[in-house]
Design a protein around this ligand. Structure first.
Ligand SMILES: Nc1ncnc2c1ncn2[C@@H]1O[C@H](COP(=O)(O)OP(=O)(O)OP(=O)(O)O)[C@@H](O)[C@H]1O
Ligand SMILES: [Mg+2]
Length: 264
């Protein structure tokens, strides 16, 4: 139990989610806490319920059992405090880069002049200067991701949910965007829940890593990532502490693979 409700952004209390007609629960008895201003990575094998957890946090799904709380209140409908960067970039194809990035500000009726200034600022932050008037189809996959990240962060949401945002990208673009996200987030200091398959990525970015197992999805371990911020991925990778954490995480996954094999 948290003693200071203001220190807590998200809390799952014994959450089970069973999809209608499913033989077993997608996630079972999941309890977790995400502190305010923390960067938490959720990692686990395909199908263990990572996206389900984000959907519950966003209020797009309701638990079958248990409760989801955000900022001290029970989530009972769409969580409008949450910005959600889904697995696909989900940009609106008929809107330019500028309009896609400014969408949330428009919905919130931010005056045009302020809106334009903030959009310009974010276009620069995510390195898309010169592409403001392009349409999503004219951008590379990495650039589309930058637009969707700017679109989520621009209105200073209390919590950002990201579902494998860098999944389909090549290694170099991915590294660049990981470092960009670190810099942006460290400047902004919001709460971020980040789903990934990638052990390195989880360690580079997060303060805590929630490791899940599947069949049904449960929380297996929560690991602290004690590296100081601001972080530079290049120097992190060279530290012995990085290797140690990586091995810890890797060990959890190899035992997961053995469990899966044994029950297959
Ligand atoms: N709409 C749905 N209806 C029925 N079952 C679903 C639905 N969505 C997800 N599931 C099931 O719930 C479980 C968890 O799915 P979820 O998408 O959360 O996994 P995941 O960890 O995000 O996987 P991946 O890493 O492949 O994206 C899976 O067994 C999946 O088949
Ligand atoms: Mg998923």
């Amino acid at each position: 139990m948290s003693t200071n409700p203001h220190a807590e952004a998200l809390r799952f209390e014994d959450v089970t989610l069973r999809f209608p007609g499913a033989r077993r629960a997608a996630i079972e008895d999941v309890s977790l806490q995400v502190g305010r201003g923390k960067f938490v990575a959720v990692i686990g094998p395909s199908g263990c319920g990572k996206s389900t957890i984000l959907n519950l946090a966003a209020g797009l799904l309701a638990p079958t059992e248990g409760e989801v709380h955000f900022a001290g209140e029970r989530v009972t409908g769409v969580n409008s405090a949450a910005a959600y960067v889904t697995q696909q970039a989900n940009l609106l194809p008929w809107l330019s880069v500028r309009s896609n990035i400014g969408l949330a500000l428009k919905f919130r009726k931010v005056p045009k002049e302020e809106r334009e200034a903030r959009v310009d600022h974010w276009v620069r932050l995510v390195g898309l200067t010169g592409f403001e008037d392009h349409y999503p189809r004219e951008l590379s996959g990495g650039m589309q991701k930058r637009v969707s990240i700017a679109r989520a962060l621009i209105y200073d949401p209390s919590i950002v949910l990201m579902d494998e945002p860098f999944g389909p990208l090549d290694a170099i673009t991915r590294l660049k965007l990981q470092q960009d996200l670190l810099n942006l987030w460290e400047e902004q200091n919001g709460t971020l829940v980040f789903v990934t398959h990638d052990l390195n990525e989880a360690i580079y970015l997060a303060d805590e890593v929630i490791v899940m197992s599947s069949g049904p999805g449960t929380v297996r371990r929560v690991l602290d990532v004690p590296f100081a911020r601001p972080r530079t991925i290049g120097s992190l990778v060279e530290s012995p502490e990085f290797a140690e954490l990586y091995n810890d995480l890797w060990g959890l996954f190899t035992s997961e693979l053995q469990t899966t094999d044994a029950t297959a």
